[in-house]
Write a protein that binds this ligand. Structure first.
Ligand SMILES: [Zn+2]
Length: 505
């Protein structure tokens, strides 16, 4: 079992190494290690100190004979011997871990961790949570979080939760409480600047430039991977059925109105089913029953709380095994907007509800074939002038409605483009959305294009990514020409820009 744990972490670290372009010689190492990028003002002694090592140990791991020969930007292998790890204060719960497995990994008892973290029980941990392992001066604040047995629309309002920052990083969780390593990667989103990314992680622009050997700090590309130095990489303590090879959830902390991917690789073919937020999950199984993907959209008004995720694995003829984990849902950080309109313009709620019900039903269909294999492209060559998720109050009502898409301001007649390949499933004139086209991209993913002047495709048409499917207009409930663009995932309306900036699954 211990050997297996080590393999998991090595695989995780190696995927980081591949990204940073290290050589294959280092990939052959069979021990636990992290990578440290040398910063300005650092020397071998200070670096070693950060990891509770001796300078000689770091020198030996890197074949360094002259300890003065290290240079800024150099990547050093940091051997993570047990003595070093034991000094750590906290652990971020990863997919597949239980309190028992985490306790065992640090030679602690479950009771100790329950007491240190004020947990109600051993089951009361959630993925992405930062657990105190060794109490210390820098111990993170423990915030009580409400647990929800299942999601119900009747549950009481939003709860006072201080979420861990989900960041924009992909693949790894991180913790601010740690002192460790620098293989955390931030994927650049549209609009990101080095200054803002630095602010988010408490780093200077110079640190980011140096850690990533950036030649032109003003030039960032969407999707570019940046090393974020000083972010703790979680130590994994999986406790999964033996048939499971890997189990990943990305991002680890779920946001309302956004999407998460779950992937389970198994050593043998299994059939997988699961439940989350009181719903049966849609599982996409490939590779002869060994690769299982779930695309999860979190409904906008889901209460901010911790919810159980249950996955059942069934091998042919065998009894089933279960993976249980807790996932935290936090708010998406959306803005607020008050809108005042004439009574005559104020539509009866039933009109809006009927249109939403139609779209939910439509977008709950499922096509097994996937028609995209990259991030989605933008649906118009026009400036975005309204983001997804802004909570709206009409004439003093509650903030119980929100902007369900992204707006692009374009002159009337500007081309509307398919964001990915797919099959047109709806072309209709709707009361609120006006001339509307919906494209089914497969795997439960639909995009919607509203307020068009003209529609140029018919239901049943196959379209390619970037194909002109209509023109920008101001039909339906619209105050001026613009394209309103939505994305629906398994009948849940989510932020489409996440799908432009990231690759799913
Ligand atoms: Zn809009």
């Amino acid at each position: 079992m211990k050997h297996q744990l080590r393999r998991f972490l090595v695989i995780l670290l190696l995927s980081g190494l591949a990204l940073h372009g290290l050589t294959s010689a280092q990939e052959q190492s069979d021990s636990l290690f992290a990578v440290h990028v040398v910063q300005r003002g650092e020397n071998l002694f200070r670096i070693a100190l950060q990891y509770n090592l001796f300078a000689e140990q770091v020198a030996a791991a890197n074949g360094i004979t002259d300890s003065n020969s290290i240079v800024v930007g150099q990547r050093l292998i940091i051997p993570l011997v047990t003595a070093g790890l034991d000094q750590r204060l906290s652990h971020v719960v990863a997919a597949g871990e239980t309190l028992a497995s985490i306790a065992a990994a640090y030679s602690k008892s479950e009771a100790e961790l329950i007491s240190l973290n004020n947990l109600a029980s051993a089951d009361a941990i959630y993925i992405g949570q930062e657990l105190i392992i060794v109490a210390g001066a820098a111990e993170p604040e423990v915030t009580p979080i409400e647990f929800q047995p299942t999601a119900t629309s009747e549950s009481s309002g939003p709860l006072p939760v201080t979420p861990p920052s989900p960041g924009g990083g992909a693949g790894h969780s991180f913790s601010r409480g740690g002192t460790m390593v620098d293989t955390f990667v931030h994927t650049v989103r549209s609009g990101d600047t080095l200054f803002e990314i630095g602010l988010r992680y408490g780093l200077t622009v110079e640190t980011l430039v140096s850690a990533n050997n950036l030649l032109d700090p003003g030039l960032l590309n969407v999707g570019q991977k940046l090393i974020i130095p000083g972010i703790q990489l979680p130590r994994l303590a999986h406790d999964l059925p033996a048939v499971v090879a890997t189990f990943t959830i990305d991002p680890l902390v779920l946001e309302t109105g956004r999407s998460t991917r779950i992937e389970l690789l198994t050593k043998e073919p299994v059939s997988l089913s699961g439940q989350f937020l009181g719903q049966e999950l849609r599982v996409i199984t490939r590779d002869e029953g060994k690769r299982h993907n779930i695309l999860l959209g979190i409904p906008m008004f889901t209460d901010k709380a911790v919810y159980p995720l249950t996955l059942e694995l069934r091998a042919s003829g065998d009894s089933s095994e279960t993976i249980a984990a807790n996932l935290q849902v936090i708010g998406g950080g959306y803005g607020y907007q008050t809108i005042t309109i004439n009574d005559s313009e104020l539509l009866a709620p039933a009109v809006e509800e009927n249109e939403i019900a139609l779209l939910i039903e439509h977008a709950s269909n499922f096509t097994a074939e996937r028609n995209w294999n990259n991030s989605l492209s933008l649906p118009a060559a026009a400036a975005m002038n309204a983001v997804f998720g802004t909570l709206r109050s009409y004439n003093g009502s509650d903030y119980d409605r929100y902007h369900r898409g992204v707006d692009f301001a374009g002159a009337p007649g500007t081309s509307v483009l398919a964001a990915a390949a797919g099959r047109v499933t709806l072309v209709d004139r709707l009361h609120i959305r006006g001339n509307t086209t919906v494209i089914d991209h497969g795997w439960g993913v639909f995009t919607l294009y509203a307020h068009q002047q003209d529609t140029l495709v018919q239901p049943g048409d196959l379209v390619t990514s970037g194909q002109v499917i209509g023109t920008i207009g101001s039909t339906g409930r619209s105050t001026g020409p613009h394209l309103h663009w939505e994305l629906w995932l398994n009948g849940v309306n989510v932020d489409p820009m996440q799908w432009v900036q990231e690759i799913f699954p």
